[in-house]
Structures are given as C-alpha cells and as structure tokens.
Design a protein around this ligand. Sequence first.
Ligand SMILES: Nc1ncnc2c1ncn2[C@@H]1O[C@H](COP(=O)(O)OP(=O)(O)OP(=O)(O)O)[C@@H](O)[C@H]1O
Length: 256
Amino acid sequence: MAILECRNISLQFGGVSALSDVSYRIEEGEIFSLIGPNGAGKTSMLNCISGLYKPTSGSIHFEGKEITDVKAYKRAGLGIARAFQNIELFSHMTVLENLMLGRHVLMNTGVLSGGLFWGKAQKEEIEHRKAVEDVIDFLEIEHVRNKPVGMLSYGLQKRVEVGRALALDPKIILLDEPMAGMNSEEKEDMARFIIDLHEERGATVVLIEHDMGVVMDLSDHIAVLDFGKLIGYGTPEEIQNNPKVIEAYLGEEQVG
Ligand SMILES: Nc1ncnc2c1ncn2[C@@H]1O[C@H](COP(=O)(O)OP(=O)(O)OP(=O)(O)O)[C@@H](O)[C@H]1O
C-alpha cells in the first residue's frame, strides 16, 4: 500500500514554477529518493510533504487520507518527521534535551497540567525519555548524550539532527541531504543508519541526496526532478537507463 501519494503537485513562487504537475507514490517501508540538479524542486517537494509549503494545486495523501490542508505540526503528530539540510538544533542544549524537544508535539501534558496532575505527567515523561533513549542507542550517540550539541563534530550533529526527527517515532522520515559535507566514514555510518531505520524500525524513508553511489545503493525507488517536472520514476536500474535522466542529470554526475 502507498503510505504517501502526491497527486499533480504544482508550486508557484511569483513567476517561478518550483514544481509542476508532479505525481508519485511512496510505498510503505521503502527507501524512496528524490534526485535532480540544483534548483530542481527537491527541497520544495519535501516542504510540501512536511506541510511547510502548501502546493498551489494538487493534493497529498497520507495513509489514504488527504492531508493537503493539515498544518505542519499536526503532520508531525500523524507520523511525518523531517530532518533538515541545515542543522536545526539548539546548539547550547544537550543531545538529550534536543531529542526530548523533538518529541514535544507528542506530549499531552503541558507545564500547567504537569503541575496539577504530577503523576500523569511523570509517567508521560518516563515514556518519552525511554523513546529518546532508544534513539540514542540506535544512533550510537550515548557517549555524547549530555554534551551541548554545539560542541560536537559536524558528522555527529547531522546524526543528532536525524535523531531529532526519529524521536517522533515517525512512520515516514524525510531526510534532506543527511550526508552533505560528511567525510566518507561519516557517510558510511549514515548510510548504515538509513538502512537500519527501514529494516529495524520499519520506517519509510524519503531521501534527498546528491551522492549517486549512495542513492543507487540504498533506494527502492527514485523520482527525478528537473526544473520542477518529474522526468523519471523507477528502480535504480530503470533510472540509470532512462535517457531523459541521463541527459538532464546523470550524464554530468558520476554514477557509482
Ligand atoms: N521560499 C521560496 N521563495 C521563492 N523561490 C523559492 C523558494 N523556495 C524555493 N524556491 C525556488 O524554487 C526552485 C526550486 O528550489 P528547491 O530549493 O526546491 O530546489 P532543490 O532541488 O532542493 O535545490 P538544491 O539541490 O540546490 O537544494 C528554485 O528556483 C528556487 O529558487
């Protein structure tokens, strides 16, 4: 079953057409990559899925229900989580605190009710803490859990950024260039986490990545955007043999 479906998505910014009439389906449990040249509309597409942008026309469906008009924070509550291209963490706060904040949309008891119903709030806090500890274990960041994020290496900060999205226990996780700026060892670690994410945690992964070796190795399906249009969709093999894609994108990149 398709967990997410985008139907005829168009997005205009004044005279700029960031996306035009883009349709595709993402199957539950798969690793789905969005690729294309700079400015092709990949981040805009992710923003439409997470609810940061509202498409000018078209509709988005999650688990069979239309969510085009659902606000971003509510989509997060439904199980759509997003890790940003530029790290969006609180650098003076610890890893643990950042991950706890990542879960706040799932928390029912606010500060006031927490004071009134202490027992309930405490129980909820323990549950959230456990979920966050699981993420810390999964991403192998125990050794830095109490360090301020700003003190960590770039590669570890990117890992915590993914952790912040993972802390939501998402059904679908949107990763915008999670390996950008990483050295090859850090990239390998991140690739392993993405595979485990889908194999161990059963999450559906939507990935934007420029490293074609990584994309071809990890993806079940790939959608290719060029000037806001979908010019290819298929398995890695189909994409590598698609003449339109080769001409617009792969020809100039190294397929590894
Ligand atoms: N908030 C915005 N306001 C105006 N134009 C925008 C906005 N966001 C994106 N665009 C434009 O939409 C087009 C697609 O941009 P987008 O960032 O989605 O591409 P991309 O494929 O993610 O690029 P990159 O690989 O460089 O990150 C570009 O022409 C961009 O300038």
